[in-house]
Design a protein around this ligand. Structure first.
Ligand SMILES: NC(=O)c1ccc[n+]([C@@H]2O[C@H](COP(=O)([O-])OP(=O)(O)OC[C@H]3O[C@@H](n4cnc5c(N)ncnc54)[C@H](O)[C@@H]3O)[C@@H](O)[C@H]2O)c1
Ligand SMILES: O=P(O)(O)OC[C@@H](O)CO
Ligand SMILES: [Zn+2]
Length: 352
């Protein structure tokens, strides 16, 4: 008897383009979300977009409340929940980078409220996904969270954000190549559940981004358009999979370990990009495709070395040798890369 079942939870409205921030209220109205909005944001995103979103809701008479968050932590999620309860919020609007959006989607999930994603940076593929990523002591949780009912991605704002945020988003997408390889490996060796559709979509998203890399340039709003489309597509792959597997493999474990060792030093996307160069080397060897990964990153101006990340060589080795410990997710790292092997891969790929 066939007993398989799945829920693929996707946004209903994905609004992308120049000046669409002012359509946030319409995107919400179309969803029949009611009650008081709680706008979750952080200082800079509040300046570049949050205040305008609040003013838009206020003009409609919905009396929005705002809460500022800085870090992705369970404590921050609880704080948003308390603020939402106190404000008797009807729905949540996350305005900011990946951390703000993760906190908002996790709070919305616990509260049982709808959530709208308003990214102010094209820096990560969590803008659409129903996953939240939170460090917790020695581990990193990827938790099921409320996917956004709507995404409002204003390319004018995204193109105006510091360029490094956009190159981080590109690198988060380029890392899908190795994430999918890790997922396939885990299917072969550990019989983990694998989705052909999610894997193919994730890989195709990375390929299309790389094919369009000539059009991804600083001060070109079209770049934000191309990158957001890819981030949405990658998030959809995660929703189809019901896990972050299609977009997160060993390169992400390496990045999560760097977040523990040297928090706040480099952007998530940049770290996973450098991790991807090395894990591609581990997958396919010296003559394999690691150069293509490195060249794709270099062509959009993302870091490809420890120095460009602003991270010490020894920290790279430490992160690579301990990355397998961070989460129970089988990857090319297996039960761990030893120190000489880590040094070899980091040197051979020019990362250190
Ligand atoms: N849930 C998922 O599926 C998923 C996917 C990818 C990444 N993530 C998570 O997202 C986080 C990474 O996201 P991130 O790189 O955006 O980091 P972040 O949220 O820390 O943002 C980086 C910085 O950019 C600033 N910023 C945002 N918009 C700006 C703008 N327009 N102008 C100037 N500054 C702006 C933020 O205030 C912050 O200081 C990580 O915690 C990662 O684990 C989650
Ligand atoms: O589940 P994690 O490893 O946090 O990955 C989510 C996201 O960063 C994928 O791009
Ligand atoms: Zn990522």
């Amino acid at each position: 008897m066939f007993e398989k079942s799945t829920w693929i939870r996707l946004p209903r409205n994905v609004v992308v383009g120049h000046g669409v921030l002012d359509e946030t209220v319409d995107a919400v109205a179309e969803l029949h979300l009611t009650g008081r909005p709680l706008v979750v944001t952080s200082p800079t995103p509040r300046e570049v977009a949050g205040t305008r979103v609040v003013e838009g809701f206020a003009a409609e008479g919905t009396d929005p409340e705002t809460v500022l968050v800085e870090e992705a932590s369970f404590e921050a999620v609880q704080r948003v929940i308390r603020e939402a309860d106190a404000a008797e919020a009807g729905f949540l609007v996350g305005v900011g980078g990946g951390k703000v959006i993760d906190i908002t989607k996790m709070a919305a999930d616990e509260l049982g409220l709808g959530f709208v994603s308003v990214p102010t940076a094209a820096s990560h593929d969590g803008i659409v996904s129903g996953r939240g990523s939170v460090p917790d002591g020695n581990t990193r949780h990827s938790v099921a969270a409320e996917p956004p009912l709507a995404v409002v991605a204003d390319t004018e704002i995204l193109a105006d954000a510091p360029w490094r945020l956009t190159t981080a988003g590109c690198a988060d997408i380029i890392s899908n190549y190795t994430a999918v390889k890790d997922w396939e490996l885990a299917k072969r060796l550990k019989n983990v559940e694998y989705s052909e559709y999610a894997g193919a979509l994730s890989r195709m998203t990375a390929e299309m981004l790389v094919e369009n890399s000539d059009s991804i340039k600083k001060n070109l709003e079209e770049s934000a358009w191309i990158v957001v489309k890819a981030l949405v597509s990658s998030g959809v792959a995660m929703s189809i999979a019901g896990s972050s597997r299609p977009a997160s493999g060993a390169e992400h474990l390496f990045s999560h370990q760097l977040d523990r060792l040297v928090p706040g030093t480099a952007l998530h996307g940049h770290q996973v990009g450098v991790g991807s160069i090395m894990t591609e080397y581990l997958h396919s060897g010296a003559k394999g495709e690691w150069r293509s990964v490195r060249n794709a990153l270099a062509s959009i101006g993302a870091p490809t070395t420890a120095e460009e990340l602003g991270i010490e060589d020894e920290t790279i080795i430490q992160a690579l040798t301990t990355a397998h410990e961070i989460r129970d997710r089988y990857t090319i790292l297996g039960d761990g890369v030893n120190e000489p092997a880590a040094r070899e891969v980091a040197r051979a790929t020019g990362v250190i």
